[in-house]
Design a protein around this ligand. Sequence first.
Ligand SMILES: [Cu+2]
Length: 81
Amino acid sequence: MAISGFAFGPGALKVTAGQNVTWTNADDTPHQITLADGGKRSGVMLKGQSAMLQFDEAGNIAYFCGLHPGMKGSIEVTARN
Ligand SMILES: [Cu+2]
């Protein structure tokens, strides 16, 4: 996943339960992934840095940037077969 221009790309992502998602910050400004349900947050990513979160349970995950709450994204986690 890219973070560029104060946006997550792609804004909506589908993964299978158990998968990791990695974000890499291309902006000069730091960003941080914060799950909207309050469960997990990443470290702050400076330019060029990455952060990874693992999603073990199926469901729709909404997240935002902890430093810029107007930056929003979502991940659809589907159950493993
Ligand atoms: Cu941000």
